[in-house]
Design a protein around this ligand. Structure first.
Ligand code: SAM
Length: 288
C-alpha cells in the first residue's frame, strides 16, 4: 500500500513533477494525482510505470499513454478529447518538471486554448536544485537550457546572454562540458565565478565551484560524468558611462586618429565598438 490518497479529480490536465534522481523526492500530492487521474500520459511510459511501482501506486486498468511534443497534433488531440469527455489527465516528463527543457508546452497550449483546466503538482527541477547549491546570487537568474552543439553557434548563444543581469543557468552533457566551459571563457571571460553541479540528489552528487578558468582546468583533469547543470555569475564589469567615454575620447583625439582613439577607448573602457567610433566621429566634427 502506497502513501497516497485517491480522490475524484476535476477534468483537466495535471502536470506532475517527478524526481531528478532520488525517487523519494516525489511529493505526496504528486502521488495523489498519479493515483487518482483517469488517464496517465508520460514522456517515457516505462519510467512512469517504474515510478508508480516504487511508490505502490496501483495503475489498475488505467491507460499510460506516450506523449512528447513531437508526437504531433493527433496524440495531443487524443488527450484533449479525454479531458473534453470529463476525464483528468496526469502528465509527467521523464524527470523533473514538465516543460522545463522537456515536453509539455504544446500540450499546455492546446488544453488551455480549448478552455479546460491546466494545473500542476510542482516538485523537483534541476535548475532550482543547482541554484540552491552553487553559491552564486539567486536574486535573478536566466535559464538558457542546452546550448547548441557546434562551437560557432554555441559562442553566438553565449554572446547573446553575456550581459543578462542575473546568474546564467545551462543544462549540459558530460560529452560537451569541456568545450562549453572553454567557449564560456572565450566569450564571457575566464574570471567569472561559476559552478558545475552534477548528479544532484543522486549517489555521486557533486558541486565544483571556481572561476571559469579554474573549472576548465579541473574538468579537463577530472571529466565529470552524469547529468550536469552549469551556472555562471552575471557580468560584474560595469559599463562606462557615456560621459566617461566622451572624456576618454576627447583625450585620445588630441594625439590619435578617430579610428585609433575609438579602438583605444573601446579596449580600455569596454563597450560597443561601433557606438564608440560614432561618438569619436561626432566629437571630432564638433571640434573642427
Ligand atoms: N525537466 C527537467 C528539470 O526540471 O530539471 C530537465 C530535463 S532535461 C531533458 C535533462 C537535463 O537536466 C540533464 O541533461 C541535466 O543537464 C539536467 N539534470 C536533470 N537531472 C539532473 C540532476 N540530477 N543533476 C544535474 N543535472 C540534472
Amino acid at each position: 500500500m502506497g502513501n497516497h490518497l485517491t480522490q475524484k479529480l476535476n477534468p483537466g490536465l495535471y502536470f506532475v513533477a517527478t524526481p531528478i534522481g532520488s525517487a523519494r523526492d516525489i511529493t505526496l500530492r504528486a502521488l495523489d494525482i498519479l493515483a487518482s487521474a483517469d488517464v496517465i500520459a508520460a514522456e517515457d511510459t516505462r519510467s512512469m510505470k517504474r515510478l508508480l511501482e516504487i511508490h505502490g501506486v496501483p495503475l489498475g486498468d488505467r491507460p499510460v499513454l506516450s506523449y512528447h511534443d513531437h508526437s504531433g497534433e493527433k496524440s495531443r488531440a487524443k488527450l484533449v478529447a479525454h479531458i473534453a469527455a470529463g476525464r483528468s489527465v496526469a502528465y509527467a516528463s521523464e524527470a523533473g518538471t514538465p516543460l522545463i527543457a522537456d515536453p509539455g508546452y504544446h500540450l499546455s497550449r492546446a488544453v488551455s486554448e480549448e478552455g479546460y483546466l491546466v494545473t500542476s503538482a510542482p516538485g523537483p527541477s534541476a535548475i532550482v536544485t543547482a541554484l540552491s547549491l552553487a553559491g552564486l546570487p539567486t536574486d535573478a537568474f536566466f535559464f538558457a537550457g542546452f546550448l547548441p552543439n557546434t562551437r560557432k553557434a554555441r559562442q553566438t548563444a553565449l554572446a547573446a546572454v553575456a550581459d543578462v543581469p542575473g546568474t546564467l543557468v545551462f543544462y549540459e552533457s558530460p560529452k560537451r562540458i569541456g568545450a562549453m566551459l572553454a567557449d564560456s571563457c572565450t566569450v564571457l571571460g575566464g574570471g567569472r565565478n561559476a559552478a558545475v553541479a552534477r548528479e544532484l540528489t543522486k549517489k555521486f552528487e557533486e558541486v565544483r565551484r571556481g572561476t571559469l578558468d579554474m573549472l576548465v582546468e579541473d574538468v579537463a583533469a577530472r571529466p565529470p560524468k552524469g547529468e550536469i547543470v552549469v551556472l555562471i555569475e552575471r557580468n560584474q564589469i560595469k559599463e562606462a558611462s557615456a560621459e566617461d567615454i566622451e572624456a576618454a575620447l576627447a583625450d585620445a583625439l588630441q594625439t590619435l586618429s578617430v579610428r585609433d582613439a575609438a579602438a583605444e577607448v573601446a579596449e580600455t573602457l569596454g563597450g560597443h565598438k561601433r557606438k564608440i567610433y560614432q561618438m569619436a566621429l561626432k566629437l571630432k566634427d564638433t571640434r573642427e
